[in-house]
Design a protein around this ligand. Sequence first.
Ligand code: TXA
Ligand code: MG
Length: 334
Amino acid sequence: MTKPRQARIYQGTPRTLARLARRLQQGDVVAVPTETVYGLAGNALDAGACAKIFAAKGRPADDPLIVHIHSLAQLPALCRANPAALTLARKFWPGPLTLVLPKTDAVPALVTAGRDSVAIRMPRHPLFRRLLKATGLPLAAPSANPFGYISPTTAEHVQASLGRRIRYILDGGPARHGLESTIVDLRDPRRPAILRPGVITAEAVAHALGRRRLPTAPATSTRAQPGPQVAPGLLARHYSPRTPVVLHDRIRLPRAEADTPGVAWVFQQRPKGRVGANVHWLDPRGRLPGVARRLFALLRRLDALGLDCIHVERARGGGLADAINDRLRRAAAR
Ligand code: TXA
Ligand code: MG
C-alpha cells in the first residue's frame, strides 16, 4: 500500500477544496483539519474508501470509525437519532462531540466494525465543513496518525507520519482544541455514558441531558470487548510516543536532575526558578485549554529526540483536566 510519492499539503482555496471534494467522491482519502485533531477522511458510504483509511493507518478492523456530517438533515440516512441525541446535537454541534447511535443499513459494516451502532460528529472547523458540503457526503475520519501513535494537530504532523501512505492533506492550521472529541453512547437514551472524555466535559453533557452525572466507561485493556458501554479501540495504551512516558502528580526537580541527558521534564505550567534545557511546560500559566492544545505537539517533538524517558506532570482539576489526564495515562501505559 505504500505510495512512493510524498503527500502534498494543500491550502483551502475554493479551487483546491473543489478538487479534494472530487477526490473524495471518487473514493480517495484526504487528511482534513478539524477543531480537535486532524482526521483521515473518506466517503463513509463507500466500503472501498474506508478500507483505504484502515490500510493507511494500519488500523485493526475491529476499531470503528467516526462519521462526520455538516447538516442534521444527513442524520436519518445514517442513524436512528433519539430526543436525547438531538438535544446534545443542538447544544454542542458543530463541535467536539461524537454521538454513538443505532445505525441504518446504509452505513457499511466496515465503518462500524460490524457493530449495529455508528459514531457521528458534526465538526466546527470551517474548511472541513466546506469540504463536507462540497462532497455532499458523510465522511468517515479517524485521527490521521498511524494506529496507536499520537494524534496529529497540524498538517505537518500528518505529513511526517502518514506522508508516504496518502496523497492529499488539507491544511487548516493548528487544531484549536488539540484533543479528540468527547464520545457519548446514546444507543439507549435512558442509559447515556461517556466513552471518551474530551473538551466537552461529562458535567456539561449531563447538565444538557438534565442529569446529575453520567457514567464513564472504563478504559478497555483489550480490544473488541463486547460489553455494552465500551468504546472499542480505546486501548489502555494509545496516543503513545515511542519514548517511555512516566506520569507524576507533581514534579519536584532537584537542580542536578534538570540537566540529566536523555530525560525530558514536562510541567503543566512554567516552573519557578532554574530552567534547564530538558525542562518544558505546556502552558505558561498552566491554563487547561493551552495545555490541551499543545500536549500532542510537544510529545511528538520530544519523541523525535530519541530520549530515554519523558516525565510529565498530570493536569490538576476536573473537566478538561480529566480529558488531558486520560490521554496522558494512555501515553504512559506500557
Ligand atoms: O475528534 C475526533 O473524534 C477525531 C476527529 C478526526 O474527528 N476522530 C477520532 O477518531 O478521534 P478515532 O478513530 O481516532 O477514534 C474514534 C473512536 C474509536 O476508537 C472508538 O473507540 C469510538 O470512536 N467509536 C467509533 N464508533 C463507535 C461505535 N459504534 N461504538 C462505540 N465507540 C465507537
Ligand atoms: Mg485515534
